[in-house]
Ligand binder design. Structure first.
Ligand code: NAP
Length: 300
């Protein structure tokens, strides 16, 4: 239980509703900022403006999954209130106050570091990334169906990267009957791909391996789908780039060659906001409980 813990949830999208629900169940004291247009009746939680929060007694701050913008703005889909996450705001919190977000950026890193508070990036955790890979794979299936006129079953699909997303995507497309090959650079990854009964190839040989594909799904956040790779693809190839912005594809060249290439960020929040919210909520509940327990033990 989180009885006695004061958590400020500032901004976000539908995923935060699952976080609110979960933390309410655990009896946390919640201050919701940037939720004034939310119709949902969360009994017992207080909706307030950012300047109304008494940050001196806030034990944890939960920011949107994307953290802040590069100039500190906190986005919310439930309010028109303009909110900025600043050093002055964070400095008011007790030393033990922890800031949680999905990802970070230079601005957020700088603010948290300068004030000396702990910052947890939930999406860096293996468990979150693996759970999130499930709605990501489902969103990728949706995009491939929308942008091709043939079945996934029987299609030749190249997946680039065997990380948390790549492995789930490769396995899911194979389960749908696609002929899946996976490009990686580490020998243990190539071995794992073979063990999964998929076709492994080294990324150094990428140009050779795209000559006969229908779909290329990139998960590598580096420029791997270069102009010379795209030049070798059949004209009908669909490229779906899942890697974080700006992706790993030369989109300019793809367009020039008339190859459909789509950057597809944030699929979990688009195709399954409730599941994506539950993933974040469950991990946050564990982390906040551990934090509260530790502080209680330190007080003894
Ligand atoms: P990950 O577990 O770190 O996997 C990344 C993969 O890329 C690994 O196989 C890694 O291989 C490979 N890689 C990295 N740098 C490389 C390079 N320079 N050359 C060749 N291979 C390289 O990451 P993940 O969790 O799978 O996420 C992959 C990407 O998808 C990230 O950018 C993430 O932000 C994004 N993502 C997108 C969505 C969405 O909705 N579109 C959802 C979740 C995640 P090594 O082990 O050899 O380095």
């Amino acid at each position: 239980m989180l009885t006695g813990m004061h958590v400020a949830i500032i901004g976000g999208d539908a995923r935060q509703l699952e976080v609110i629900r979960k933390l309410m169940e655990l009896d946390a004291r919640l201050s919701l900022v940037g939720f004034d247009q939310l119709d949902h009746g969360f009994a017992g939680v207080t909706k307030m403006k950012i300047h109304e929060v008494d940050f001196h007694e806030v034990d944890a701050i939960i920011l949107p999954v994307h953290g802040t913008s590069m100039d500190g703005e906190i986005q919310t889909v439930f309010s028109n209130e303009k909110m900025t996450f600043t050093e002055e705001l964070l400095r008011q919190t007790p030393m033990h106050c922890t800031v949680y977000s999905g990802i970070t950026n230079d601005y957020l890193d700088r603010v948290v570091k300068s004030v000396g508070r702990k910052h947890v990036q939930l999406f860096e955790r293996d468990d979150v990334a693996i759970y999130n890979s499930i709605p990501t794979a489902e969103g990728t299936i949706m995009m491939v169906i929308q942008h091709t006129d043939v079945t996934i079953h029987g299609s030749r699909v190249a997946v680039l990267g065997l990380g948390r997303v790549g492995m789930t995507v490769a396995r899911t497309f194979a389960a749908l009957g696609a002929k899946v090959k996976v490009g990686a650079r580490r020998s243990e990854h190539l071995a794992r791909i073979a063990e999964m009964a998929l076709e492994p190839f080294h990324l150094n040989d990428l140009e050779q391996h795209v000559k006969d594909i229908d779909v290329c799904i990139n998960t590598i956040p580096h420029p791997v789908v270069t102009a010379s790779v795209i030049a070798k693809m059949p004209a009908h190839t669909l490229i779906i780039d899942l890697a974080s912005k700006p992706g790993g594809t030369d989109f300019r060249y793809a367009e020039k060659r008339g190859i459909q290439a789509l950057l597809a960020p944030g699929l979990p929040g688009i195709v399954a906001p409730k599941t994506a919210g539950q993933i974040v909520a469950n991990v946050l509940a564990q982390l906040l409980s551990a934090d509260l327990k530790k502080r209680k033990e330190n007080k003894k």
